[in-house]
Design a protein around this ligand. Sequence first.
Ligand SMILES: CC(C)(COP(=O)(O)OP(=O)(O)OC[C@H]1O[C@@H](n2cnc3c(N)ncnc32)[C@H](O)[C@@H]1OP(=O)(O)O)[C@@H](O)C(=O)NCCC(=O)NCCS
Length: 181
Amino acid sequence: MAAPVVSPVRAASNPGQVTIEAPRVADGVACWRLAVATGALDANSRYAYLLWFRDFAETSVVARRDGAVVGFVTGYRRPDEPSTLMVWQVAVSASVRGRGVAAGLLAALADRVPGVAHVEATVTPGNSASEALFSRFARERAAGLVRRELFGSDLLGVGHEPEVLFRIGPLAQQKSGKERE
Ligand SMILES: CC(C)(COP(=O)(O)OP(=O)(O)OC[C@H]1O[C@@H](n2cnc3c(N)ncnc32)[C@H](O)[C@@H]1OP(=O)(O)O)[C@@H](O)C(=O)NCCC(=O)NCCS
């Protein structure tokens, strides 16, 4: 059901032959494991990841190496603003971090979903990798980046850091394959 998508992970930073693809429902299990293993993300239930890939596969991507999932981005179009792609979670296996896999996943997703004018994500203060990831994406797309607190600890509960919304856009019109060459 899920067609492979073009991998934009640069060859020079892709020694393990990481490919980026549309997720299959069964990938939810590996993504749940990956989310738990980060120790940084809210670990939702295994069921949540399976359901996500049943219903939001079009707005999510996975990275694979030797057939195994080594990264993912889950996203959805905001129902009240469908031109905004909300990135829910991003995770990359420690074994392939720092090689542009997350940047490649995010770029592939933004290119894959038609009509996206803005990308949103939340970042917890001090998550410098995540901050760098979204700042780089904004830079590469020549887009603005506005930050504001979305949910504070009062709502998220004791021990949960605030979630700061990064809103990136407007994104430049996508170029066709020919224009990109
Ligand atoms: C955040 C995460 C997905 C980044 O994955 P990655 O594949 O290593 O990221 P990339 O190699 O594509 O790098 C993207 C940017 O982040 C920077 N970066 C990567 N790891 C970093 C680190 N530990 N500290 C600071 N910056 C870092 C890179 O330098 C790059 O920025 P640049 O191009 O301006 O130099 C990964 O660290 C992870 O899974 N962390 C745990 C889960 C998490 O925090 N997810 C984000 C929640 S929104």
